[in-house]
Design a protein around this ligand. Structure first.
Ligand code: FES
Length: 570
C-alpha cells in the first residue's frame, strides 16, 4: 500500500503524532482510522446563502458512506461558498478568493485526495482551480440541477424566463401580479439552475474534462440517483488515492479541447470560456481564446435546452445527458483522454444510449449548425471578445450601427429608459467599465436590458457590446469579454455615442469605424476611472487580475504549486 501524505501527520509515534491523532479522536474515531488508509477531504460549499448548494450537508453524508465502504477516512471541510444570486457586486469577484481558500485548505491539512462538491456557477471553477494548483487526486461531484420550473401550466427555466418575463413586464405584456406569482414556481427543489446556464455548463465541462463520473452533470438534485452517484464518487476517490491519479494526468490539452467541443454541442455558457482558461492556467496547459473558436467552430448545437432551446436539465437527464452527447460526437473528441474512472473517455461513453432525439439530436440533424463560441477581433477588441451564436439573432450577426454609449452601469441605469434617449433598433448599445478591474469582478451585465421605448415597440434584440460577462441563462446578440477592458485603457474606453461600429460574426470581426488619428487624440485625454472600492481584497483583485483572454485569474495564482509543506506546525 502507498504511504500517504496524511501519515506525515497521523503516522508519527512522537509528540506530534499524538497531537494530530488525539484531537481528531474527540469525534470518536477509533485508533485504526489512522492506520495508513487514505484521508479523503470532502470540500463542501454548503451555505444557506448559496441556495443552489443548500442540500450539500446531506449529499456529503452520502459521499462519506462511499469513502468508508472503500476503506478511506472521510473528513469534510467547508470553503467559501459563492451564491450567484446574492453576492455583490458579483460572485465572479470572489471566484479567485475561493480558489485560494480551497488550495490552501487542501495543502495545509492531512488530506490525500479530495472530493469537490460543486453546484452554483462559480463554485465549480473555484474549487477545481484551487485543487489543480495542489495536484492531489481529485474528483468533482456536482449537486445537480433543480427540477423543471412550473407555473400556471407552463415550464419555466431558471434565469432565462426571468429575463423574458421582466422584459414582458417592462414592455407591458405581463402584469406585475403574474410576475411575482411566477417566483415560487420557478425554483421548486434543491439544486442549481436547470437551464444550460453556467452551473449546468460547468457541470457538463467536468464530465467532458474527465474530472467527474459519467452522468454527473444532469442527474437532478432531487433524484435518488444523485445520492447513489455521491456514494460512487466516495468509493472512486479512495481508489484514485491508491492509484495516485491526479488532475495533472487528466487535465491535458486534449481534455480541454474535448470540453470546448462538448460545450459547443450543448450550447454552453460563455462563462465557460473564462473558467476553462483559468483552470488550464493552473495546470500549465496552454489553451488560448482562439482555441475556443478553432475547436468549437464546426460543432453544431445538438441539445435543445434553454436558453437557446426548449427543454431543461431534467429532460436532458432523461434523454441520456452528457454521456449521450459524448457518444454522438464520436471521433470528433479525443477518445483516449484519461478520466477519473481510470479509463478513457471513449471507454466510459462508447455505448451511451439516447432516449429522446427531440432533446439530444443526431449530429446530422442539429438544433443549430453552430453551437460553439465565436471569438471576435478587431480594433475594438485587440485581445478578443466573444459572442454565443446560438443565443443571438441571425439577422443581427452582420450589423453596422451607431453606438449609444454608457460610461458605466450607473450611467446605463440612469438613462436607458429615458424617453429622449437617442436610440433606434439599429443602434449598438455599448457599456463600459464592467470588466474585471472596472466593476470590479466582471459582472453579468453584458446582456443589458433594451430601452423601454423599443421594448414597447416590440423590439426584442439589439447588438450590445461590453467588457462584462453575461449570465449563462441569458440570450441575445451580445458581444462580451471585450479585451482589454475599458478600465485598463482598451479601445472600448474611447468609443463615443454616434461612432459607427461594424460586427461581422461570420468574419469574426468587430470594428470601430473611427479614424486612427482621432482615436489617438481621444486616448491622449483619457484617464482611468476611479475604482469603486479601495483597500481589502478588492484592491488585491484590481491590482492583480488578468484580462478576459487569460481567464481573469490573479496573476500570482497561475500555475501548480503542488501539495508539499516542508514545515511542521509545532
Ligand atoms: Fe446558482 Fe444559477 S443561481 S446556479
Amino acid at each position: 500500500m502507498r504511504k500517504f501524505r496524511s501519515q506525515e501527520w497521523f503516522g508519527g509515534k512522537d509528540r506530534d503524532g499524538f497531537m494530530h491523532r488525539s484531537w481528531m479522536k474527540n469525534r470518536g474515531l477509533p485508533h485504526d482510522s489512522f492506520d495508513g488508509r487514505p484521508v479523503i477531504g470532502i470540500c463542501n460549499t454548503f451555505s444557506e446563502l448559496t441556495p443552489c448548494n443548500s442540500h450539500f450537508r446531506e449529499l456529503a453524508e452520502k459521499v462519506k458512506i462511499g469513502v468508508w465502504q472503500a476503506g478511506g477516512l472521510p473528513l469534510e471541510f467547508p470553503v467559501m461558498s459563492l451564491g450567484e444570486t446574492n453576492l455583490r457586486p458579483t460572485a465572479m469577484l470572489f471566484r479567485n478568493l475561493a480558489s485560494m481558500d480551497v488550495e490552501e485548505s487542501i495543502r495545509a491539512n492531512p488530506i490525500d485526495a479530495v472530493v469537490l462538491m460543486t453546484g452554483c456557477d462559480k463554485t465549480t471553477p473555484a474549487l477545481l482551480m484551487g485543487a489543480a494548483s495542489c495536484d492531489l487526486p481529485t474528483i468533482v461531484l456536482s449537486g445537480g440541477p433543480m427540477l423543471s420550473g412550473r407555473f400556471r401550466g407552463r415550464t419555466l427555466g431558471s434565469g432565462t424566463d426571468v429575463w423574458k418575463m421582466s422584459e414582458d413586464v417592462r414592455g407591458g405584456a405581463m402584469s406585475e401580479e403574474e410576475f411575482f406569482a411566477a417566483e415560487a414556481g420557478m425554483h421548486r427543489s434543491a439544486g442549481h439552475c436547470m437551464t444550460m446556464g453556467t452551473a449546468s455548463t460547468m457541470a457538463t465541462m467536468m464530465e467532458a474534462l474527465g474530472m467527474a463520473l459519467p452522468s454527473n452533470a444532469a442527474i437532478p438534485a432531487a433524484d435518488s440517483h444523485r445520492n447513489t452517484l455521491a456514494q460512487m464518487t466516495g468509493r472512486r476517490i479512495v481508489k484514485m488515492a491508491h492509484e495516485d491519479l491526479r488532475p495533472s494526468a487528466i487535465l491535458t490539452r486534449e481534455a480541454f479541447e474535448n470540453a470546448i467541443r462538448v460545450n459547443g454541442a450543448v450550447g454552453g455558457s460563455t462563462n465557460a470560456v473564462l473558467h476553462l482558461l483559468a483552470i488550464a492556467g493552473r495546470v500549465g496547459v496552454d489553451i488560448a481564446l482562439d482555441d475556443w473558436d478553432r475547436c468549437g467552430r464546426d460543432i453544431p448545437c445538438l441539445v435543445d435546452l434553454m436558453p437557446s432551446g426548449r427543454f431543461l436539465m431534467e429532460d436532458f437527464h432523461y434523454a441520456g445527458g452528457v454521456p449521450a452527447v459524448i457518444a454522438e460526437l464520436g471521433d470528433r473528441l479525443d477518445r483516449d483522454a484519461l478520466t477519473v474512472t481510470g479509463r478513457s473517455l471513449g471507454e466510459n461513453y462508447r455505448d451511451a444510449p439516447c432516449w429522446n432525439r427531440d432533446v439530444i439530436r443526431r449530429f446530422d440533424n442539429p438544433v443549430r449548425d453552430h453551437g460553439g463560441i465565436a471569438v471576435l477581433r478587431g480594433n475594438l477588441a485587440p485581445q478578443g471578445a466573444v459572442l454565443k451564436p446560438s443565443a443571438a439573432s441571425p439577422e443581427l450577426m452582420r450589423h453596422r450601427g451607431p453606438a449609444v454609449v454608457f460610461e458605466d452601469i450607473e450611467d446605463y441605469k440612469a438613462r436607458i429608459d429615458h424617453p429622449d434617449l437617442n436610440v433606434t433598433p439599429q443602434s449598438v448599445l455599448v457599456l463600459k467599465n464592467c470588466g474585471p478591474r472596472g466593476y470590479p469582478g466582471m459582472a453579468e451585465v453584458g446582456n443589458m436590458a433594451l430601452p423601454r421605448k423599443l421594448l414597447e415597440a416590440g423590439v426584442r434584440d439589439m447588438v450590445r457590446i461590453s467588457d462584462a460577462r453575461m449570465s449563462g441563462t441569458a440570450y441575445g446578440t451580445v458581444v462580451l469579454h471585450v479585451a482589454p477592458e475599458a478600465a485598463a485603457g482598451g479601445p472600448l474606453a474611447l468609443v463615443r455615442s454616434g461612432d459607427m461600429i461594424a460586427l461581422d460574426v461570420e468574419a469574426r470581426t468587430l470594428e470601430l469605424e473611427v479614424d486612427a488619428n482621432e482615436l489617438k487624440r481621444r486616448r491622449a485625454s483619457w484617464s482611468p476611472p476611479s475604482p469603486p472600492f479601495e483597500g481589502g481584497y478588492q484592491q488585491l483583485y484590481i491590482d492583480h487580475v488578468q484580462q478576459a483572454d487569460r481567464g481573469v485569474d490573479l496573476d500570482f495564482l497561475v500555475g501548480c504549486r503542488g501539495a508539499a509543506v516542508p514545515r511542521e506546525n509545532h
